[in-house]
Design a protein around this ligand. Structure first.
Ligand SMILES: [Zn+2]
Length: 84
């Protein structure tokens, strides 16, 4: 009897229909390649700013690695610093 109520509240936790998780943890990625522009671009906003963790679901460890990779990628001009 007590269990039915708990189950109901759990179902109420939906965030726009998709669950957030760290894709790098899911893929067992240790080092994020700064040359992998396609991956990095998914974590950039339209104005090329790095998206915050709460929007992408990336864990703290990988968000740090991602930030480093993006900064490095900008340095070698694979990603622009800001939108024109
Ligand atoms: Zn992770």
């Amino acid at each position: 009897m007590a269990d039915t109520r708990r189950r109901g509240s759990y179902q109420g936790q939906k965030r726009y229909g998709r669950k957030k998780y760290c894709v790098f943890c899911a893929d067992h990625v240790d080092v994020i390649d700064y040359k992998d522009v396609n991956t990095l671009q998914r974590y950039l906003a339209e104005n090329f700013k790095i998206l915050p963790r709460r929007m992408t679901g990336t864990c703290a460890r990988h968000q740090r690695a991602l930030t480093t990779a993006i900064l490095r990628s900008r340095q070698v001009a694979l990603i622009p610093y800001k939108a024109e």
